[in-house]
Design a protein around this ligand. Structure first.
Ligand SMILES: O=C(O)C(=O)C[C@]1(C(=O)O)C=C[C@@H](O)C=C1
Length: 356
């Protein structure tokens, strides 16, 4: 589905320049905390306030949000600061309550977008309502599921839709709380170029010091906006302490962002792009040749009843090429990923030969 009549998320009074910024605490905790954050952010020219009212938590017993009472605090934020207000919805009742309270923008969380039943329920609750809705990527790196969630809302008539990249959950512990896997939002942009794309550096990074570099990376990749968690006293926050920044820090970070023009002409790049095209031609021709040889090896293995996977040889390739990558000044991790993909395809080709 192309969804080519999607509309940009334009809210009156908000300049159309990048990045569109949504900021506010992870959770609404108390009326004072919400208003203090809102006033400080409004003073820093933030126009859209966020606060979680209902919080899906990994385990029971944690702070699960203040519920409907918090919506009244958001109404006060709106009345006192003139900011637009937004919150996360996960059920039909959340939608009903948020709309009744005049919330201006909704987002759908990663655990909800991963569940087609929940998405269908939300689409039903939002049918015929003209409100911007942002859909976070599902926790698992499944682009089709993410697009499917957006499609359900589109089919319910919503046009001011957007996506939020918040990273992908993984069992491995790395520097990130959620792996960015940038190729997934990049592919989303390729598939749905009109869909506004925001980055949530707070959930990808999981720590304050990663928010600035992740936001910069998102800008360099042409993202339209940022949704960032901001709390006046982050160390005292009831949820997501490590990843919230004060409004001052957020403002400083936003001022240091380098936002490059996305509409500039790419004409001067024509010659370099031709060189890349020629190299890609060569790469593909080489790849085809490598696969032909792999099929020949497959034939030999079939005739001699040998197993396809030759772990020692594979290991040798990875090690040798990893060292070569360093010598050539290319990222060895990238070379490893590339060789793993090539090996997987090579094994797949041999499976076809052996079973053919
Ligand atoms: O060397 C082999 O036995 C191959 O089949 C080639 C190849 C490769 O593509 O590099 C493929 C499968 C093996 O696990 C190891 C290496």
């Amino acid at each position: 589905m192309e969804m080519n009549d999607l509309q940009p998320i334009i809210l009156p009074g908000i300049p159309a320049r990048r990045p569109l910024v949504i900021a506010g605490p992870c959770s609404a905790e108390t009326e004072e905390q919400v208003l203090a954050a809102a006033r400080a952010l409004a003073a820093q020219e933030v126009k859209i306030f966020r606060a979680g009212i209902w919080k899906p938590r990994t385990k029971p017993g944690g702070f699960e949000g203040v519920g409907v009472e918090g919506l009244r605090w958001l109404q006060r934020v709106k009345a006192e600061t003139g900011m637009y207000v937004s919150t996360e919805v996960a059920t039909e009742r959340h939608v009903f309550e948020a709309l009744k309270a005049g919330v201006d923008l909704l987002w759908i969380g990663a655990r909800t977008s991963a569940n087609p039943f929940a998405m269908q329920e939300l689409a039903g609750a939002l049918r015929g309502v003209d409100i911007p809705v942002l859909v976070k990527n599902p926790v698992n790196p499944d682009l089709e599921l993410w697009i499917g969630a957006i499609e359900r809302l589109y089919n319910a008539g919503l046009r001011r839709l957007g996506a939020i990249h918040r990273g992908f959950s993984s069992y491995d512990r790395t520097i990130y709380r959620n792996q960015p896997q940038w190729h997934i939002p990049i592919e989303l942009r390729r598939r749905l170029p009109q869909l506004p794309l925001l980055c949530d550096p707070s959930h990808i990074g999981g720590k304050r010091e990663l928010i600035a570099p992740l936001s910069q990376e998102a800008m360099d990749l042409g993202f339209d906006g940022l949704i960032v968690e901001s709390h006046c006293t982050p160390d005292e926050a009831w949820s997501d302490k490590q990843q919230q920044v004060t409004p001052d820090v957020l403002c400083f970070m936003l001022h240091t962002l380098v936002v490059r023009e996305t509409t500039q002409t790419t004409e001067p790049l024509a010659e370099l792009r031709q060189q890349i095209d020629r190299l890609d031609d060569e790469l593909l021709a080489l790849m085809a040749k490598r696969m032909r040889i792999s099929r020949e090896i497959g034939q030999y293995k079939k005739e001699h009843s040998m197993p396809i996977l030759q772990a020692k040889r594979y290991d040798e390739i990875l090690n040798k090429r990893g060292a070569q990558a360093v010598e050539l000044g290319i990222n060895p991790e990238f070379v490893k990923t590339l060789l793993q993909a090539i090996h997987e395809e090579s094994v797949h080709e041999q499976v076809k030969v052996i079973n053919g």
